[in-house]
Write a protein that binds this ligand. Sequence first.
Ligand code: ATP
Length: 248
Amino acid sequence: MAFLDIEQVVFTYPGRSPVVNGVDWRMQAGDFHCLLGRSGCGKTTLLQLAAGLLRPQSGRIVLSGGELAAPGPQLGFMFQAPTLLDWHRVLGNVLLPVSLQRKPTPQDEARALQLLRQLGLAGHAHDYPRQLSGGQQSRVALARALILESPLLLLDEPFAALDAITRAELQDDLLRTCRELGTTVLFVTHDINEAVYLGDRIALMQGGRIVDDIAITLPAPRTQALRHGPAFNEICARVRASMDRASA
Ligand SMILES: Nc1ncnc2c1ncn2[C@@H]1O[C@H](COP(=O)(O)OP(=O)(O)OP(=O)(O)O)[C@@H](O)[C@H]1O
């Protein structure tokens, strides 16, 4: 049995043709799954279905053996914009998913501070978001997505707005933290290079369907040097060719 099982899922916005059109996709526990496709092919909609934020018109989504009805603590999210609360300090923002369920304990605070330390923000716990750079705000959003140690993390182009160096650093932070926690990840991107660097598998989406699901056979843990090697470029070319075949 897969950890997250998307079975024959169809979703249509009112007055349009189906945006997700019979998706079958199985994700194994502990794997890093990238969902790659051109703009407008339905990636965000599929992620929102996987999160329980949208309900499929037909088909079903099964998480750990149970049908998914609504978002809950089993899921962590991060979107393209950090969406921090301006009136809360960094620590309060990281603790928000806990605060929505109960009063944070000293252990929760210690965990939040540890995540901030791991993400290079040790000295910023009591700053407000407006005092941070864009990359630092994204790190806070990542810590917030990780605070509940949810078994499934859903990320929608979380680093798209960042400069290349900050983006590479955050990719490594994300990989390291998810490996340590054994998190299953669904990461939406339209960047082939990013998908190959991060993914254990890449699902290609085209016209509302998953048209390929490619295993990435690069060594782990990934290091930035890998990006300059022939194996990396060869896999990028293979993924590109598969995307071109699907859209031909
Ligand atoms: N709330 C909505 N109401 C109506 N149509 C929508 C809505 N959200 C998305 N769509 C349409 O559904 C299609 C798929 O959108 P979606 O955001 O899922 O694609 P995407 O692959 O994530 O795109 P991008 O990479 O540009 O973010 C697009 O044609 C979009 O215009």
